[in-house]
Design a protein around this ligand. Structure first.
Ligand code: ATP
Ligand code: MG
Length: 182
């Protein structure tokens, strides 16, 4: 059997933003609301690949290397709860076109390489709490953080000793906006 690893493409959160998010989360949620996602695990999934052989992962890495997508910023100004699968999430009310295009490109390459893609529409979000299957009182005020996406990454997800950890395998830059004339 060839080796396979559980992989996904995602945007990471800078450490400063991770800290702001977990501080706010600690102030606004109760322990019974759900399991807090570890600060270092906070991310926004672009395309989930599932269990992928090293050979196929190599093909997808080559494709990622050729992607020329613009950098973008998104406001994390939306908050929601999906009782199934039990996730409290931070999202955006206005997803930038560049984010939607990048996710769509990665998903279509993934599908073409045999990675099954969900038929649900892409809903960009950062999972904050998992196991949140009971009703949750969401805070009335939604934070207004900004996430500046200057690169995207391939992560491996591993479940070990009762915990899920992600390891960043590789990152690729997004193209900086050209300077304004004059
Ligand atoms: P765990 O499943 O161990 O509780 P997790 O969901 O964070 O933790 P993974 O299941 O490996 O870890 O998922 C990695 C990322 O891919 C997460 O952002 C998850 O929401 C997303 N993901 C997982 N399965 C799918 C899927 N079938 N379709 C789309 N995204 C998925
Ligand atoms: Mg999962």
């Amino acid at each position: 059997m060839p080796e396979s690893r559980r992989l996904f493409f995602a945007l990471s959160l800078p450490t400063a933003l991770q800290k702001q998010v977990i501080r706010w989360r600690a102030d606004n949620f109760e322990p019974e609301d759900g399991r807090p996602v570890a600060a270092a695990n906070l991310h926004l999934t672009l395309a989930f690949l599932g269990d992928v052989s090293d050979q196929k992962a190599g093909v997808l890495r080559e494709i990622a290397t050729r992607i020329q997508s613009p950098a973008f910023s998104l406001r994390l100004d939306d908050l929601g709860h999906w009782p199934r699968p039990g996730v409290v999430w931070l999202g955006t009310r206005r997803a930038p076109l560049a984010l939607l295009q990048l996710a769509s490109l990665l998903r279509s390459h993934a599908a073409r390489n045999g990675c099954h893609q969900s038929t649900l529409p892409f809903h960009p979000h950062v999972s904050l709490l998992r196991g949140a299957t009971r009703p949750v009182a969401l805070p009335a005020a939604t934070p207004q953080w900004q996430l500046d996406a200057t690169d995207f990454s391939l992560y491996e997800s591993r479940f070990h000793q009762g915990r899920t950890r992600y390891q960043c395998l590789q990152s690729w830059p997004l193209l900086a906006a050209p300077p304004l004339p004059g």
